[in-house]
Design a protein. Structure first.
Length: 300
């Protein structure tokens, strides 16, 4: 398998997080269990295990996979390398309309964005169509795309739907119980959170990726195509807000990481009532963080 493959690189990073939650000399579960826990194919699992064996993180002998050492930062691929072409273009598009401080009504030219993003017309158009379905942009009869604006009302409406879906997903996690995939996958993220909190000055910029992983775990088990489609947009927009206002980025990422741990620790002891309450607290704080992270144009 090519090491240039973004999906493989993302799978490897998530596998490293999984191994980080284990102790030295612990053994990894079977390949079948790993495909379920990590949500990747068996072929990818084998490629990942082979790589972990090569770099000395595990010893893979037959069916036994023993942890030899903890993953280091240098073992991970950079976030940019784990993005697919479409994900990269979506991020560039958000940078273009938000970082460029574009106002509602601004005309967006496909040809200019293709050159600026270094993307094909088809990939860019797919990205634009995705955002147009939720009213962020609109195609005019003259074939220009027009920015309708990431207004405060748009953000509130989008968060309302996000909260509804995520609370449904968390109820599903509770219903599946402690042996469920989502429950176990969230608990497996404990060490990754401690890593960020323990070295927050160096690690706080890595939190958005962990935050996205935390919330995506909940969605996977719903197996709802409409929610999956919506969450792809949510992932781009709501995780991008971490870049909008820099002055308290470290502090708010630290608070959010602790909120995640509150949920994880409640699940570890089987306190579902507390876990649900802490998850609601986290969503409430995320809403406030979003609204405080943008300098809204009140005239929009």
């Amino acid at each position: 398998m090519s090491r240039d493959n973004s999906k493989y690189k993302d799978s490897l990073n998530r596998s490293l997080d999984f191994v980080a939650a284990l102790g030295i000399a612990d053994t990894l579960p079977s390949e079948v269990e790993l495909t379920q826990k990590l949500g990747i194919s068996r072929t990818t699992v084998r490629a990942v295990l082979s790589h972990l064996n090569e770099i000395g993180i595990i010893q893979w002998a037959g069916r036994t996979k023993t942890v030899l050492r903890k993953p280091k930062t240098s073992d991970y691929f950079a976030k940019e390398e784990t993005l697919s072409t479409s994900e990269r273009v979506e991020t560039q598009f958000m940078e273009h309309i938000l970082g460029g401080d574009l106002k509602p009504g601004t005309i967006l030219h496909e040809s200019e964005m293709v050159r600026a993003f270094g993307a094909s017309t088809s990939v860019l158009r797919e990205c634009l169509i995705k955002f147009s379905r939720f009213g962020l942009i609109e195609k005019e009869p003259n074939r220009h795309w027009v920015l309708r604006g990431f207004t405060q009302d748009f953000a509130i409406e989008l968060f309302d739907v996000r909260e509804m879906f995520e609370l449904r997903a968390f109820r599903n996690l509770i219903e599946q119980g402690a042996t469920g995939r989502a429950w176990q996958s969230l608990i497996a993220l404990e060490n990754a959170h401690h890593k960020i909190i323990g070295d927050i000055d160096a690690e706080y910029l890595n939190f958005p990726r962990l935050d996205e992983q935390f919330h995506r775990i909940l969605m996977v088990d719903l197996n709802n195509r409409f929610i999956d489609d919506f969450f792809e947009l949510v992932s781009v927009i709501f995780h991008y807000h971490y870049r909008w206002n820099k002055h308290d980025e470290r502090a708010r990422n630290l608070v959010a990481a602790h909120q995640h741990l509150d949920v994880i620790h409640a699940l570890q002891v089987g306190d579902t009532e507390k876990a649900s309450a802490k998850f609601q607290e986290h969503l409430n704080a995320a809403r406030i963080t979003l609204l405080n992270s943008v300098s809204w144009d009140t005239d929009a």
